[in-house]
Write a protein that binds this ligand. Structure first.
Ligand code: FMN
Length: 222
């Protein structure tokens, strides 16, 4: 599902009139949906009503020595097979993910006082999936993927603009195919936490952990 494709959240998750409990601004281990992706859909749908870019998420990675780093990326699809974002396979985050294929995601939806944490293993999206998403981007963005060596130093903005100009000319007559160093990563969740701000710092926290095909659900102290 592509959260940015339409105003509404497409797909079968949390359709109005489903059996889900109404979103009354609370989270409780007794009434939360047993499937965390359905719960995510419920919260994502609500966030889409009040947050400009609910798909913005922090992505934490760690290098081969376990040294962490974090940056924002955009969630481009999510569903039963996980959470997908797209990037350069040659940048710092991808180097981390190649060396250490584990990641954590964080969504913070301030007007709702909510955060969602996701942890899991990562895999590359298929070439077909990356091709399809790349082809959906506007031409300037596609050219940008050629012009920028993500995470590498460059002498100046002028040099970056010159690289864009070079690639714009170079790719002028072609279809601008997806460069092999650009594509998606998928996080397959192993754990989630749904956090709802409460009064007096007595926040509600519900954690899911994968237990084979099932999920164990625990309330955590704030
Ligand atoms: C709101 C927001 C969304 C972003 N989305 C993406 C994205 O989807 N993919 C991406 O490669 N970089 C994205 N960026 C830029 C990254 O935060 C980061 O600067 C870049 O990916 C290089 O990170 P790295 O050097 O750790 O690989 C985004 C930045 C912001 C502020």
């Amino acid at each position: 599902m592509d959260p940015s494709a339409t105003e509404d959240v497409p797909g079968s998750i949390a359709e109005p009139g489903s059996a889900l409990a109404p979103d009354d601004g609370t989270v409780d281990e007794r009434t939360i949906d047993p499937d965390p992706m359905i719960q995510f859909g419920l919260w994502y749908r609500r966030a889409s009503e009040v947050v400009v870019a609910p798909e913005s998420m922090a992505l934490a990675t760690a290098d081969a020595q376990g040294r962490p780093s974090v940056r924002m990326v955009l969630l481009k699809s999510w569903g039963d097979d996980g959470f997908v974002f797209f990037t350069n396979y040659d940048g710092r985050k991808s180097h981390d993910l190649i060396a250490n294929p584990q990641a954590a995601l964080l969504f913070y939806w301030e007007p709702l006082g909510r955060q969602v944490r996701v942890e899991g293993a990562v895999t590359r999206t298929t070439d077909a999936e990356s091709d399809a998403y790349y082809a959906s981007r506007d031409i300037a963005t596609r050219v940008g993927a050629y012009a920028s060596h993500q995470s590498q130093p460059i002498a100046s903005r002028v040099d970056l603009d010159a690289s864009v100009e070079h690639w714009t000319t170079e790719l002028r007559d072609g279809a601008v195919p997806r460069p092999p160093w650009w594509g998606g990563w998928r996080i397959t969740p192993r754990a989630y936490e749904f956090w709802q701000q409460g009064q007096y710092r007595l926040h509600d926290r519900v954690r899911y952990e994968a237990d084979g095909p099932a999920w164990t659900i625990d309330r955590l102290q704030p």
